[in-house]
Design a protein around this ligand. Structure first.
Ligand code: FAD
Length: 406
């Protein structure tokens, strides 16, 4: 009988989730992970949070201890970039010239940073990105009291770094091109809540304005001109304008692409022997091709791919959740608020949550330092239960009881 060989391209969250789930399912074929980076799979979320402040050391970033791979017979090829998928011969080509056979292939190559507006800021010595451990090590060395930093992009990543820079005593400015921060990922009340916190801490947030020109002396950015005419002096610049799915490998292999590598409900690409998972994969969600850049999604998709490879036909069921930490606030989000028509604010003592409805249907909950509301909201959404809005407005009502309502 032919031995199965699963090759997973990428060494991130979705990749390790798939490999470890396969071994938990007693899958006894070969597993090989091809990792472009020179690190065993590690967590990215701390890179924009406690790793930067020095409260989370590098060894804690690892998703599995290094001996796990040997013990579980998972081959890990570090510093190896996949450059081509030869579907006819079922081989992955590496930059090193090696070719690896597969019986099933998993593409879990994540996303890449959008480049700085207007310029190739890669050439500037004081302009930075934050996508991986290498970037985080460099950025960490830039955090010094009194320095001026401009962060381009008011999404979660930009705001997380802004909160850390501010707590280091840096003069911190965030510029956001859309009419408000967090436009793509959260509703206005959540944005307003953060805006207020940042303003109290002295972080300048400029919305509805964008970078027109980056001025430099030799390789160093000195100031940035905005479309409104504002001129911002900088010692450092962070570009945090979001990510693109990594699709080039799949595109070259003529796999279907639509807002990412398109997968069906079992996370198979347009070639049934190739799966995709994590940031790079787009799946059908309520009639549109959705892609989620979150740890929860990468874990769930990696596990679903493993179940399908192991022969347990399983459909992917998206259960979106996310968290972010800014100053002393931990925001937890369940669901997706897209298309909401109403927002209910629930404030119980110092805990605040926003509940997003589309007509009478609960879509999402954003909760600040309130894990209880998050947990109940997540369950309600997953169980497709929508409590009446007036119930949520009543702060004497224990939302747990909404779970048992018909
Ligand atoms: C700084 C930062 C903070 C974040 N914070 C949060 C958070 O608070 N909460 C949350 O839910 N999510 C957060 N995320 C997002 C989360 O980390 C990602 O959604 C998750 O890591 C996606 O997993 P993945 O396996 O799809 O991709 P990744 O974990 O990005 O792994 C992809 C890997 O594939 C490798 N690769 C790419 N191309 C190739 C190739 N051709 N050959 C070989 N290897 C290749 C890459 O180098 C990378 O190591 C954050 C991300 C970043 C960057």
């Amino acid at each position: 009988m032919m031995i199965e060989k699963i090759v997973i391209i990428g060494g991130g969250q979705a990749s390790i989730s798939c490999a470890s789930q396969l071994r938990s399912l007693s899958f006894n074929g070969e597993i090989c992970m091809v990792c472009e980076e020179n690190y065993y799979p590690y967590q990215r979320p701390p890179l924009s949070k406690k790793f930067l402040t020095g409260h989370f050391h590098e060894e804690r970033l690892l998703l599995k201890k290094i001996d796990y791979y040997k013990t579980n017979n998972i081959q890990v090829l570090l510093s190896k970039k996949a450059t081509k998928i030869d579907r006819d011969n079922k081989k992955v080509h590496l930059q090193s010239g090696e070719k690896i056979d597969y019986t099933k292939l998993v593409i879990a190559i994540g996303s890449k940073a959008k480049k700085a507006p207007l310029s190739d800021s890669d050439n500037y010595s004081n302009a930075f990105y934050l996508r991986n451990l290498h970037d985080a090590r460099i950025l960490k060395n830039q955090l010094h009291t009194g320095k001026k930093i401009l962060i381009i992009g008011g999404g979660y990543l930009g705001l997380e770094v802004a909160s850390i820079c501010s707590s280091f005593g840096m003069h911190t400015t965030v510029v956001e091109g859309a009419e408000r921060i967090l436009k793509r990922v959260a509703g206005e009340p959540t944005a307003a809540y953060f805006r207020e916190i940042f303003s109290i801490r002295g972080v300048k947030i400029i919305e509805n304005d964008f970078v027109k020109k980056i001025n430099n002396i030799e390789s160093e950015v000195t100031n940035v001109e905005l479309a409104s005419g504002r001129l911002i002096d900088v010692d450092a610049l962070l570009v945090a304008t979001g990510g693109y799915p990594e699709v080039d490998l799949a595109k070259d292999a003529q796999l279907q692409i639509e807002n990412g590598i398109k997968v069906n409900e079992r996370l198979e690409t347009s070639d049934p022997s190739i799966y995709a998972a994590g940031d790079c994969a787009s799946f059908n969600h309520k009639g549109r091709c959705l892609r989620l850049e979150s740890v929860g999604n990468a874990i769930d998709q990696g596990q679903t791919v493993a179940l399908n490879i192991a022969g347990n036909r399983t459909n992917f069921n998206a259960k979106p959740w996310f968290w972010t930490e800014q100053f002393d606030q931990k925001l937890q989000i369940a669901g997706i608020c897209d298309g909401f028509t109403d927002i209910i604010e629930r404030k119980v003592k110092d805990k605040v949550s926003f509940w997003y409805y589309k007509e009478e249907i609960l879509l999402a909950v954003d909760s600040f330092n309130d894990p209880y509301s998050y947990m109940i909201g997540k369950r309600l959404i997953e169980e497709k239960k929508s409590p009446k809005k007036e119930i949520l407005r009543d702060i004497n009502f224990d939302i747990k009881d909404a779970l048992s309502l018909k």
